[in-house]
Design a protein around this ligand. Structure first.
Ligand SMILES: NC(=O)c1ccc[n+]([C@@H]2O[C@H](COP(=O)([O-])OP(=O)(O)OC[C@H]3O[C@@H](n4cnc5c(N)ncnc54)[C@H](O)[C@@H]3O)[C@@H](O)[C@H]2O)c1
Length: 395
């Protein structure tokens, strides 16, 4: 698929976004039997899942031409999974970008390595599907935002709940007011394991690595308006020897207040007996309660009706639809952004940072609850903020 013709055509047809909401227009001209030339960066747990999905369900849409990971054994695993496409292996993404003519890249590196990977990908004119969260610090989120808004490529985020068939059935009806106004939102996501495997400097902590998926859905329910304040408390059952800044707390409760006063309460608890492993996302409305994980609406008079598909215990549901959207937006020639894009992921990740700030002392060395306002984030890429005069950096 990748030819100079398509590349030139793509660049020519791009509408460079004057506002945050403007979409890159992708060139048409990809014939139905051409496969998108795909590269992979990060072949750990999630990279393997996505590559397996692409090689089993999207054979006609994409061909894996290159796989990159810092670790040789992970490159070897990727080459094995995509063996039918005969890809090449790399341990340096810059060499992969130079040597391969890639149409698109899927990035599944740890969250704190997203900006350093996705920025050069987009700057090379390659479409990018990057895993959630957007990034782990405000500075790197801002750097990614500046590059992605200017880039003449599709930039999609792996927030699969935006594609979950149950959620995509329920949220539009909610936003149209079918269930009455929203009164309160709540979510929780509990696991048996400790968190000493998820260092904050690599993952951003569990507000970023996990909860950002719930934050994303709640911003969706709030018509993409992020919260204005957050308060949060955390507790560590297994206090890390290296100090509280190294690992996420095992028990967390956070509350977010949206501009019109409505609240979202979120908890995550770890170190629990296995039977308490559980994910919940509920939106209470004037006429009843929308249970997104079960795909049900419970009326005030206790009747219940199915609204969409349930998740069961499949927190990955929507992944296949998400990949389809990426290939479709690239192939279709633009006019719309992917459903999970820079702007939606930016709000969700900044909410995660708000939560992290709200439960800790300013130094991060103690769990001391504070009220954090959106302005305290000091982001320089809010849509109404004038573009920064300095060029985008590498985060
Ligand atoms: N959407 C979801 O439901 C979901 C589920 C799991 C993980 N994730 C996300 O996927 C991403 C990856 O998570 P994971 O659990 O697979 O992590 P992981 O640590 O298992 O794998 C990450 C891989 O990236 C490689 N890597 C790091 N920097 C690199 C670089 N510069 N170039 C090439 N390779 C590099 C590492 O060597 C590693 O193999 C994270 O952002 C995570 O939050 C999303």
């Amino acid at each position: 698929m990748h030819t100079e013709l398509t590349r030139r055509g793509f660049i020519k047809q791009v509408a460079i976004g004057a506002s945050a909401a403007a979409l890159p227009m992708v060139a048409g001209g990809y014939s139905a039997n051409e496969r998108i030339r795909l590269g992979w960066i990060g072949m750990g747990n999630r990279g393997e899942q996505l590559l397996t999905e692409v090689t089993t369900r999207f054979v006609r849409e994409a061909r894996t031409v290159a796989v990159c990971d810092l670790l040789d054994d992970r490159v070897a695993r990727g080459l094995q999974l995509a063996a039918l496409d005969r890809p090449k292996g790399y341990t340096d993404m810059r060499i992969m970008i130079e040597q391969e003519r890639l149409d698109a890249v899927i990035v599944a590196t740890p969250p704190a390595a997203h900006a350093e990977v996705s920025i050069p990908v987009m700057q090379a004119g390659i479409h990018c599907l990057q895993e959630a969260p957007l990034e782990t610090t405000v500075e790197k989120i801002d750097a990614l935002a500046r590059v992605a808004r200017k880039a003449k490529v599709v930039f999609q985020i792996g927030a699969q709940r935006r594609y979950h068939p149950g959620f995509t059935a329920a949220l539009p009806r909610l936003l149209e007011g079918e269930f009455g106004g929203i009164t309160f939102m709540q979510g929780h996501w509990h696991w048996p394991w400790t968190l000493l495997t998820h260092p904050i400097d690599r993952t951003g902590g569990m507000f970023l690595d996990q909860a950002c998926h719930h934050f994303d859905v709640m911003c969706w329910a709030m018509s993409e308006k992020p919260p204005i304040t957050c308060s949060a408390m955390g507790y560590h059952q297994a206090r890390p020897k290296a100090g509280l800044r190294t690992f996420s707390p095992t028990h967390v409760a956070a509350s977010f207040r949206f501009p019109d006063g409505r609240l979202f309460a979120y908890t995550h608890l770890f170190c629990l007996p296995k039977r308490f492993t559980d994910e919940q996302l509920q939106i209470f409305c004037e006429n009843g309660c929308l249970d997104l994980i079960r795909g049900m609406f419970y009326d005030a008079d206790n009747t219940e009706r199915r609204i969409g598909e349930a998740s069961g215990d499949d927190s990955m549901k929507g992944t296949s639809e998400m990949l389809r959207d990426f290939f479709t937006v690239i192939r279709d020639g633009g006019g719309r952004a992917p459903r999970a894009d820079l702007e939606t992921a930016r709000n969700a990740s900044l909410m995660g940072i708000m939560g992290r700030m709200a439960m800790s002392s300013p130094s991060g060395d103690a769990y001391e609850p504070r009220v954090i306002h959106w302005a305290d984030l000091q982001t320089t890429t809010d849509p109404e903020t004038k573009p920064a005069s300095t060029p985008a950096g590498n985060g």
